[in-house]
Design a protein around this ligand. Structure first.
Ligand code: HEM
Length: 125
């Protein structure tokens, strides 16, 4: 189970999501199997869901740093959302460079586009 639990955690699935997922599974099985969804069937599925969830949740709990160490789906979403907000005028990339050169003028040397001494007013910059 270890890989499966960690894969889910990396994708942003949290322990509290498992109960909801279990309910959806039981719900779908009940609807799909209709009268065949008898108590032993229900018990077997509940057992599987509970065992799998427990194992997968403990994978996550044993590796709580998984979300902070990895660039998880959750973090990627935060990056995309905040970049969208900050880059509404499409100028933020340019501002980052201007700020860098303001703090560290010597850094200009490492960027080829600065050979053009008028690069700051060049529309391509
Ligand atoms: C008993 C609990 C669960 C089991 C046994 C289970 C099992 C699986 C399996 C076998 C896969 C495919 C893995 C692969 O492609 O290698 C998968 C994928 C996935 N599961 Fe679960 N899962 C469980 C709970 C959950 C929960 C609680 C969520 C979130 C609400 C979730 C979301 C996902 C997602 C997003 C994928 C990837 C789908 C894709 O893009 O291919 N799963 N799961």
């Amino acid at each position: 189970m270890t890989e499966l639990g960690l894969m889910h955690a990396r994708r942003g699935v949290l322990p509290e999501h498992y109960a909801l997922f279990g309910k959806s599974m039981v719900n779908t099985l009940t609807a799909g199997l209709k009268t065949s969804y008898k108590p032993p069937v229900h018990k077997s599925w509940l057992k599987f869901i509970s065992m799998a969830s427990k194992a997968m949740i403990s994978d996550f709990q044993e590796n709580p740093d998984i979300l902070s160490d990895d660039l998880s789906i959750h973090k990627i979403k935060i990056l995309q959302d905040t970049w969208k907000i900050v880059n509404q005028n499409k100028l933020v990339g340019r501002l980052i460079f201007l700020r860098l050169f303001e703090i560290h003028p010597e850094a200009e040397y490492y960027f080829s586009f600065t050979v053009d001494k008028d690069y700051q007013t060049n529309p391509k910059f």
